[in-house]
Unconditional design. Structure first.
Length: 169
């Protein structure tokens, strides 16, 4: 499990030849809050974005994403439901609990790479709040509702992020 911010910019390699295909630029997220795939930027001067289905990823490493062939990438469809930072962006959207409590603004997501399941949402109330209170993670096992103005989530707990190596997410 990892955050999108750790995955962003990682190279995508083809397993048979070792050739670098491109790099991860975004997540494609369904309206139910599941990661459907990754956006991969390809090219040197004129970069194009391609869709990589999460099920077609051979493995997620800490230094790269492995796929079994260049044919795994599809031309980017304009109709992808949501992304974290590009078209139909969720980054910076207000998150509200089902009980009507404002939780903060969406900053990042924690997800299980192989399954595409989002297990936590990193939220912020702004730079100074992050410094004084620390970053906050909202955990939810139930699907969220993404609207035009806000993301509605059924909250399990609102906990600070543990530092790596402390047994956190």
């Amino acid at each position: 499990m990892r955050t999108f911010s750790l995955l962003k910019g990682q190279p995508v390699f083809e397993t048979r030849t070792g050739a670098k295909i491109g790099e991860i630029s975004d997540l494609c997220i369904s309206s139910s809050g599941k990661v459907e795939g990754l956006l991969v930027k390809k090219g040197v001067f004129f970069k194009q974005s391609f869709f990589l289905d999460i099920q077609k990823v051979a493995s997620f490493g800490w230094d790269g994403v492995m796929i079994n062939g260049n044919g795994q990438l599809e031309k980017l469809k304009e109709s992808s439901e949501y992304t974290l930072t590009h078209q139909h962006s969720l980054d910076g959207m207000m998150m509200i609990s089902k009980s009507g409590e404002s939780l903060g603004l969406l900053k990042d997501v924690y997800f299980q790479e192989e399954l595409g399941t989002i297990v936590g949402y990193e939220i912020t109330d702004g730079f100074f709040s992050d410094i004084t209170k620390g970053k906050q993670v909202v955990r939810s096992e139930k699907p969220l509702a993404i609207g035009k103005d806000a993301i509605i989530v059924d909250v399990n707990e609102n906990l600070p992020i543990d530092e790596p190596g402390e047994g956190g997410l």
